[in-house]
Design a protein around this ligand. Sequence first.
Ligand SMILES: Cc1cc2nc3c(=O)[nH]c(=O)nc-3n(C[C@H](O)[C@H](O)[C@H](O)COP(=O)(O)O)c2cc1C
Length: 165
Amino acid sequence: MGTTSQIICYSRTGHSRHLADQLADTMGGGVHVAATGRYGVPFLGWLSAGRDALRGHAPPLSGLGDMPDDSDPIVIVGPVWAGQPAAPLNTVADHLRGTGHRVAAALTCGDKSEDDRPLDILAERLGQPLVARLMLSNRAAASGQALSRIKRFAQMCKTGEEWQG
Ligand SMILES: Cc1cc2nc3c(=O)[nH]c(=O)nc-3n(C[C@H](O)[C@H](O)[C@H](O)COP(=O)(O)O)c2cc1C
């Protein structure tokens, strides 16, 4: 088993990028920023985002290279759109599918109920279970209660064991 975690992040408005940076601080490892200009246009970008997520579209992304062989795990970080993983996360999942890497995912969302079905949908797209899962609302992230949850997620990624904190 390798020892270097790698984080692949897509973020449209910065919440997921902030989470990815916090995870990198906690776990070590690098943040690979996946990008597309497709959703940046005001209003139309938002509409395309919702439509693409609902259709399971996987847009081309820059910043998705091959991960080092000893990456363990690879952590996908990004937002929820329309009750689905954001469309760029489909591209990331397709990129990782069948590579043999262990994969974890941490998603950010606007809804404080933190419905975690988008994590199930992402795991299905990957074709394998996630070794650790986190669904973090923007409200929880801003409240300061996020740190213990981030540490627990990081611990699960590394050892498969719950963090006792
Ligand atoms: C098109 C679109 C659809 C969204 N749909 C949902 C949703 O169904 N459920 C939810 O909790 N948040 C939803 N959100 C809010 C985002 O998931 C949330 O703000 C997220 O933290 C944004 O991440 P980012 O700043 O990294 O882009 C949606 C945002 C966008 C742009």
